[in-house]
Design a protein around this ligand. Structure first.
Ligand code: HEM
Length: 406
C-alpha cells in the first residue's frame, strides 16, 4: 500500500490566517527552504528559511532589476522619483547617503527629548481616560509627530491627512498583482494628494530654508547636481510611508506580544536594561514587515536551486525569524533572547544588506520611549479585548486597534 504524501499549500496570505500566519509559514519552511508560488500571475519562489533569506538579502546577485528592466513584479511604487528602496547600486547609494544623515547618533540624541515630550503628553491624556487604544492614542500620533511633522516639517494640524495617505499607500505596497482595483485607485489618489502637499512644502522651504531632513534635501537639490525637486517630493512620500506604518506597527505588535505574555511584561517592568533586547525580540517574533521581494540580477544558485537572471523571489523574513534552525523554541516570545553575552542571531525585521532599514534608530527611539512610559506609568496595563483585528496588508502586519485598560 502506498502512502500518499500530503500536498503542502501556502495559505499564510489567506484572510482567515491574518491573525496568525506563523503556522502556515512553518508548514512551508519545514517542507523546504524554497517553495514555488504565484504572486497573482507572477511566478515566484518563496524563500522560507533564515540562511537562504540572508543569502539573498546580502548577495550581490540579487536586487530589484528595475533599471536593468528585468523585474517581473509590476510594482508601480518603483517609478516614484527617488524611491531608493527599489533601486540597485550605484543609484541606491547616492540617495541613501543623503537620507542616512537624518539618523546619525547625534540627530537621534537631539530627537530623544522631543519623543519624550510627545509620549508624555499622549500618555497623560490616555491615562486620564482609564482605558485607551494603544494605536490611535499613542503609536499613530507619536509617528505623526516624529516623521511628517519633525523630519519633514509638515503641519501638525494635517495629522489626519498624513495618516490617511500613509495607510492607503502602505496598503498599496503589496505587489500590484495581489491588489484589487479599489485599493490601486485609492493608493493612486493618496499618492497624488501626498505628493502635491510635499511639492508645496518644498517650494516654501526653497524660500525659507529649514534644518529638518526635508529642508536639507531641498538644499541638496538646490546646491547639488543630481537631486531634482520631484525626487525630493518622492523621497518625502517614501519616508512618510516606510517610516509611519512600520513604527506604528512595532509598538502595536510588540505591546500585544508583551500583554499576551504577562510574565515577559513583568520581567521588563523590573529590568529596564531589557528594553532594547525586547525591541529586537518584538521585531523577530511578530515583525511589522513580513517579507520583501528581490530579483536575480545574474544566474545564481540558492538552496541548491539554479535561478536565472530576472527570476523573482519573495524573501519571507517573518518566516526566517521563526526558523528553529537558528532560534531555539522560535515560537516563544522571550525578551532575554537578545540579551547577555551570546545574543541571538540578528533578526530580519529590519532586513539585511544594503537596504537594511535606514530609519531603524528612529523606530527604536519611538518604541523604546513609548514602552518606558507605559512600564513606568501603567505598570498593571492589560489587554481590554480578546478579538484583535488585523489590517488587510500582507507586507505590513499591524492591528486595527489595541484596546487596553490600566
Ligand atoms: C519598526 C519600524 C520599521 C521597520 C520594521 C522597518 C522595516 C524596514 C525594512 C524591512 C526595510 C528593508 C526593505 C527591503 O530590504 O526590501 C526598510 C527599509 C527602509 N526603511 Fe524602514 N522600517 C521601520 C522604520 C522606519 C522609519 C522610522 C523610517 C524613516 C523615517 C524608515 C525608512 C526606511 C527607508 C527609507 C528604507 C529604504 C532603505 C534602503 O533601501 O536603503 N523605516 N525598513
Amino acid at each position: 500500500m502506498s502512502t500518499a504524501v500530503p500536498e503542502i499549500t501556502f495559505d499564510a496570505f489567506d484572510p482567515e490566517h491574518r491573525a496568525d500566519p506563523y503556522p502556515a509559514y512553518r508548514r512551508v519552511r519545514d517542507a523546504g527552504a524554497l517553495f514555488p508560488y504565484r504572486f497573482g500571475d507572477v511566478p515566484v519562489t518563496l524563500i522560507t528559511r533564515y540562511e537562504e533569506c540572508s543569502q539573498v538579502l546580502t548577495g550581490n546577485d540579487w536586487g530589484h532589476g528595475y533599471s536593468a528592466g528585468i523585474s517581473p513584479f509590476r510594482d508601480t511604487t518603483a517609478a516614484i522619483p527617488g524611491s531608493f528602496v527599489r533601486m540597485d547600486p550605484p543609484e541606491h547609494g547616492r540617495y541613501r547617503k543623503l537620507v542616512a544623515k537624518a539618523f546619525t547618533p547625534r540627530t537621534i540624541a537631539e530627537l530623544t527629548p522631543v519623543a519624550g515630550r510627545v509620549v508624555d503628553e499622549l500618555v497623560d491624556a490616555a491615562l486620564a481616560r482609564g482605558s485607551f487604544d494603544i494605536m490611535e492614542d499613542l503609536a499613530v500620533p507619536l509617528a505623526v509627530a516624529m516623521i511628517p511633522v519633525r523630519l519633514l516639517g509638515g503641519d501638525p494640524a494635517d495629522a489626519a491627512r498624513f495618516r490617511e495617505w500613509q495607510l492607503a499607500i502602505a496598503r498599496g505596497s503589496d505587489p500590484d498583482s495581489l491588489l484589487d482595483e479599489g485599493a490601486v485607485t485609492v493608493r493612486g489618489q493618496a499618492a497624488m494628494a501626498c505628493m502635491g502637499y510635499f511639492a508645496e512644502l518644498v517650494q516654501r522651504k526653497k524660500h525659507s530654508p529649514t534644518t529638518d531632513l526635508l529642508g536639507e534635501l531641498v538644499t541638496a537639490s538646490v546646491e547639488g547636481d543630481f537631486l531634482t525637486e520631484p525626487e525630493v517630493v518622492g523621497l518625502s512620500l517614501l519616508l512618510l510611508v516606510a517610516g509611519m506604518e512600520t513604527s506604528i506597527n512595532l509598538i502595536g505588535n510588540g505591546m500585544l506580544a508583551l500583554l499576551r505574555n504577562p510574565d515577559q511584561w513583568n520581567l521588563l517592568r523590573d529590568n529596564r536594561d531589557l528594553v532594547e533586547p525586547a525591541l529586537d525580540e518584538m521585531l523577530r517574533y511578530d515583525a511589522p514587515t513580513q517579507f520583501t521581494i528581490r530579483v536575480a540580477l545574474n544566474d545564481t544558485v540558492v538552496g541548491g536551486h539554479q535561478f536565472r537572471r530576472g527570476d523573482g523571489v519573495v524573501v519571507l523574513t517573518a518566516s526566517a525569524s521563526r526558523d528553529d534552525r537558528v532560534y531555539p523554541d522560535a515560537d516563544r516570545f522571550d525578551i532575554t533572547r537578545y540579551a547577555g553575552t551570546r545574543p541571538a542571531r540578528k533578526h530580519l525585521g529590519f532586513s539585511l544588506g544594503i537596504h537594511y532599514c535606514v530609519g531603524a534608530p528612529l523606530a527604536r527611539l519611538e518604541a523604546a520611549t513609548a514602552l518606558q512610559a507605559l512600564l513606568d506609568r501603567a505598570p498593571d496595563l492589560r489587554l481590554a479585548a480578546t478579538d484583535i483585528e488585523y489590517r488587510p496588508s500582507l507586507i505590513h502586519r499591524g492591528v486595527m486597534a489595541l484596546p487596553v485598560a490600566i
